[in-house]
Design a protein around this ligand. Sequence first.
Ligand SMILES: [Zn+2]
Length: 258
Amino acid sequence: MYFDSHAHVSGFTDPEPLLKRAQEKSPFHIMNICTDESTLEKGRSLAKRYPYFHNAAATVPNDLKNISPTMLSSVEEAAKKGWISAIGETGLDYYYDYASKNLQEKYLRSYLKLAFTYTLPVIFHCREAFQDLFQIADEESAHAHFPAVLHCFTGTMQEAEGVLKRGWHLSCSGIITYKKSDLLREVVKNVPLDRLLVETDSPYLAPQSKRGKTNEPLYVLEVIEKIAEIKQIDPEIVQEQTYLNALDLFSLHSSSNI
Ligand SMILES: [Zn+2]
């Protein structure tokens, strides 16, 4: 059993072969991240066909300039009707400046409100913006704990502590397998296994052995292997624990016996 907690599969022209490849290896679940109305629509139809296929929806901070005027209400409808299991990815990205900080903050607050209204966990995207993200999340939640994950975490140990302190999870992507990621591997070593998720972020961020290729859910196994190596434990334990962590975070236990 394994769980790719973050992949943009409904953006692929034909996602079925890569879902089949992942499923053939071992039973798996996937959180598909819908970033606009067309990927949300396609994600919904895949979820109808495959019980292991789950959807989240929101707008990536870097895409906000081109957001459709009806996207927020489409995500709200999806939340209301139970079509999505999480709100995300939303957050702040100060590495790129495709969208102003004000615009990013405005949508982050709106998506957080949606998550709280419909009691859904949040998938955060955060790059070089942890202090602001923490502050906005604390304000919106009135300092109450709420379930969330920092997808594709690439921050420092201090930033990881800010994430853990709030009761959130951290998700490891193929970046932890790259040669230059020694500092990040040190962070992963110090984060308890019960607070880690794994992801591919397909089609982006293929792990080291597949670098330069299109990423796909099956390759999350390389991320799992790397965590096992860092923590010097059996990969099966990492597989099982990150699978259970994701089921917990996204409240998916009822769909787990497939
Ligand atoms: Zn993503």
